[in-house]
Design a protein around this ligand. Sequence first.
Ligand SMILES: [Zn+2]
Length: 708
Amino acid sequence: MNRHLMIAAAVAVVCSAAQAAEPAAMLPASNPFAKASTLPFGYPMFDQIKNEDYAPAFAEGMRINAAEIEAIANNPQPATFDNTIVALEKSGQLLSRVSSVFGNLSGANTNDSFKALERELSPKLAAHSDAIRLNEKLYARIKSLYDKRDKLHLDAEAKYLLQRYHTDFVRAGARLSAADKEKLKSMNGQLANLQTAFAQNVQEEANASALVVDTRAELAGMSDAAIDAAAAAAKARGLDGKFVIPVVNTTGQANLAVLTNRAVRERLMAASLERGSHGGQFDNREVVLKLVRLRAEKAALLGYATYADYALEDQTAHDAQAVNRMLAEFARPAVANAKKEGAEIQQVIDREQGGFQLAAQDWSFYSDKVRAERFNFDQNQLRPYFELNNVLTKGVFFAANKVYGLTFKERKDLPVYHPDVRVFDVYDANGKQLAIFLADFYARSNKRGGAWMNAYVSQSKLMGTHPVVANHLNIPKPKDGEATLLTYDELRTLFHEFGHALHGMFSDVTYPRFSGTRVPRDFVEFPSQVNEMWSVWPEVLANYATHYQTGAAMPKELLDKVIASKKFNEGFRTTEYLAASILDQKWHQLGVAQIPSDVLGFEADALKSAGIDYAPVPPRYRTTYFSHTFAGGYTAGYYGYLWSEKLDADTVNWFNEQGGMLRKNGDWFRKMLLSRGGTMDAMQMYRKFRGRDATVEPLLERRGLTEK
Ligand SMILES: [Zn+2]
């Protein structure tokens, strides 16, 4: 299930990390990026990195990388796999080191200096990437190897790597004329600027959209602790005596489920929905129009009718028709399902003599009531059993131990960039250390919304590197001394992100290009979604779901109710997700001549024509705060969550058929899939793991779309 989860986009293009032969950097020795980190596994030296270290490290990293590329391209020896492809894989180490830290901290722990540098760097990095991918001599070497790939006696991974390089270069424009290459470079620079502007506007606008409330009474329904936090947030903004409710990045806002005052709910929902499209300095409408136009122009230059055609060709879905077909197949039953849920909600409103028609701001408040009635439990009853540390160590880690034999040991000696970050050594079943795992779970005003995984160091046999990976969530931090009690959604997100972490940690590939999560976008969510299955696995639940004060096990009836209610509200969840996915596609299935001038008008038409314009269920993200698609990363790719969920649901069935939570099953999944990164065609990999292609029935069943 999609819950605004993202993998931090890598900033660098060509390479990864490591300590093989590396040109000496002309950086002062005091710059912590100058040399490979001396900490275990190349763990970043967070305690030594200062804001002013990044810019020179990037500059020097790009300079060295450019020199390396020139040397490879101008090598007087004829091209060989080693002197060209392997040499490319080994290049760019300094740039990769600084990019991985900067790229992640600019999302997890940003500041004004980061933001300024981000704006300055994004066009430079785009130009740097273009200088490599559009280097004619370099492409000629790659092509000469590609043309005789069957005669080079390469192993399967090496051969696939050569094919990937060829495809990557062609898609980046290597076959364009010199004049068109110049055009493309200019477009890429502008695109990088616009994407950065979009992302920064979203973050600033979220802070600016926080709802200010005058009285405590208006916050009825929120817990005392949450109201105190709202008062503290107001004080921090110089609004003593008032209350501030932050706005999170999705359209839906958690507080809408509890606020009893409908007018306040309405204001909160309005603040969320109008982000980026109501004027003011963070309005994103112009940025969106420029972005879609430029992307369409770029696609046209590269020979595609639309940007979606360009983007999808390299995904497992392969083309826009396949994606449209899937979205359309799900849209009709999902909306029908949501309307059925809406009718049930309206009954509750009418019975309570509310005297109003269900609107978007009412959905979660009343749907929780329907749930409480139907299943006789309140979501909040669960939270005392979902204490964060219990869930992490006795749930997430416990499951990884049972399924894969992993063990975890927290260490406090390594530096962190924020005191809330925790660090764990991860050991394989044979006792050998596999990876280092960082857990950064709490929300901060300088952290972007959502949840994501990233790799500070990626595994590669070529480079001799082992994984250092991190998970980031946005769990509200309780007051000092109070326990962190998760919602059911946060709990699932924790397992989900750890699924990405496993994909990174189990990576067992030779080449950096294929490490861990470097797989097609519409495939990458699959392993993480599979890991969610353990969150409600009876043996795992019994182990972690104990009351944080009394230690009592979660009552079985409560648990049964949770499981029985799994399909509850799926109409809403599927519809809001599909609406966003459809927007993402519609914006990117436009030809250059079809770009509209009215963002909100286009959005409304797009939803209407897809039959997904059901006002009580707005898109999970509206256009002007849809970072997945407009800040890059998931452009024309947001459908990928549902696409990969087909594989997920099919795999969950496989585990069940094979006896469930057994090491032999985990080991097979790891061997055939989680360890293989991007080393082969993803669908072929799936087939080898499963023995056949995935079927869609398990997904329809899960989403409650099989019942008419
Ligand atoms: Zn994910």
